[in-house]
Design a protein. Structure first.
Lengths: 251, 197
């Protein structure tokens, strides 16, 4: 009896809005409403309630710069596991050139539409000096326009006109797909996996926020080993990973 | 059953242009077939038999459209593919639950979760939730509801058979209570998934 009552109370409480602070780090489901605290000055607040639209863990980042009293605004977001990429402005992605039409390349970035890339958006490119890009090439670039209403546009230069690592990715190597959550984990500062990988073999690696990784090592076998290890990292615990790395280092 | 034949006839006229009318001597329902649907496997085909399948597709689609935030993905089509591995009764409710979990797994933004619950009323008026195929066949009426997770509001209902207004309300109340169990199961299984990472 008491168990049934407790369960009923829990399900009723779930339908009412909860304070966002109390739910941090827990899994939230679509349809839940969260209340924002009154004191905090949060940017982009719609009324005083947040509606969760995706399933995942609720995270919060405190506003940086404590010296300014009013605060720049903290951020709440939901950390979800997803395979499908949605273009976001400023994201660095790996794309595959699918078509050349006039002055624009069409690049497949894994979203619902191919992104457009102008031939002038490369370092040192002019009307006379066109970049050497063929259909099927891999491009590492960032989005300058990416919203739901317009076709996404990407460029391979930063705001100062320098390439900064972007552009056509070289010959050989292997491109494979992983989930977006794994990419974010690998790109977090001081990622252990990357440090261990670096000690294993010398390698070149490019991470795209659209879930694509390009990796190149000295031999094809080493490249394949690295690709398999990265794909498996998703499901392994830290101990299993250390075991695999030590076994590979020995052989 | 008077009610059943009328509904079936209505569906037939609605899709009248597509389906071939049942001439005398022909007892098979309307067929439709599509081949090479999926790009990955070497071959794939879908076979539709009868207009019941089209009606079920329409019900699932309408439920999803009510809940998915389509405004965030303009000029995009979201395709849900449901494969029936085994049918042990309450098929439509099971399809709705599978569709909801698939949409959550894909990360499609939704304003709420939804679930499907089936009720069957047998000849004595006893209410059975989540009936088996045998119970569905012997029931006087079978009602399927789709409910949302925020306030257990009714998103979709489809009924077959004879029942009174009071019985309908009774079935709806029972379905709303049962949907709490389904949503708790969703929450537990999603928490288990995120605890692994």
């Amino acid at each position: 009896m008491t168990e049934a009552a407790a369960v009923a109370a829990e399900s009723l409480a779930g339908s009412k809005a909860r304070a966002a602070r109390t739910v941090l780090g827990q899994v939230v489901l679509p349809g839940e409403e969260l209340l924002l605290p009154e004191q905090e000055d949060v940017v982009r607040r719609c009324g005083d309630r947040l509606l969760v639209t995706k399933c995942g863990r609720l995270r919060h980042k405190e506003p940086s710069g404590g010296s300014s009293g009013s605060g720049g605004g903290g951020v709440y977001w939901v950390d979800s596991q997803q395979k499908r990429y949605v273009p976001v402005k400023g994201d660095h992605v790996i794309g595959i050139v699918t078509a050349k039409s006039g002055d624009i390349f069409k690049v497949d970035v894994g979203g619902s539409e191919p992104a457009s890339l102008s031939y002038l958006a490369f370092e040192g490119a002019t009307k006379r000096n066109r970049p050497n890009v063929q259909v099927g090439d891999l491009i590492y670039g960032q989005f300058v326009v990416a919203n739901k209403d317009m076709e996404p546009e990407m460029v391979c230069i930063d705001s100062c006109g320098r390439a900064n690592g972007m552009g056509v990715i070289g010959q050989d190597g292997l491109l494979f797909k992983v989930t977006l959550g794994l990419i974010r984990k690998l790109l977090a500062p001081n990622c252990e996996i990357l440090q261990e990988l670096g000690k294993l073999y010398p390698l070149e690696i490019v991470f795209g926020m659209n879930g694509r990784i390009w990796v190149k090592a000295k031999t094809i076998q080493q490249t394949l080993i690295l690709a398999n290890v990265l794909e498996a990292c998703e499901h392994m615990t830290a101990d299993q990973r250390k075991q695999i790395f030590s076994r590979l280092a020995e052989s | 059953m008077e009610g059943t034949t009328q509904t079936d006839a209505k569906i037939r006229t609605e899709y009248g242009t597509d389906s071939s009318s049942r001439g005398p001597g022909c007892s098979l329902r309307h067929f439709a077939c599509e081949q090479n649907l999926l790009s990955r496997p070497d071959g794939s085909a879908s076979f539709l038999q009868g207009v019941a399948e089209k009606s079920r597709e329409r019900l699932i689609r309408n439920t999803c459209e009510a809940v998915v935030l389509g405004a965030l993905h303009p000029r995009t089509s979201i395709t849900i593919v449901l494969q029936v591995i085994s049918d042990a009764g309450s098929l439509l409710a099971c399809c709705l639950n599978a569709a909801c979990m698939a949409l959550v797994d894909a990360g499609v933004p939704m304003q709420a979760l939804f679930c499907g619950v089936t009720c069957a009323l047998d000849t004595d008026g006893t209410l059975m939730l989540d009936p088996t195929a045998k119970q569905e066949k012997e029931a006087r009426a079978v009602l399927t509801f789709a409910l949302d997770s925020v306030e257990q509001k009714l998103l979709m209902s489809t009924t077959k058979g004879l029942f009174s207004d009071a019985e309908l309300q009774q079935c709806l109340a029972a379905a709303q209570a049962a949907s709490q169990h389904v949503f708790r199961f969703y929450r537990e299984s999603l928490q288990r998934r995120y605890s692994k990472s």
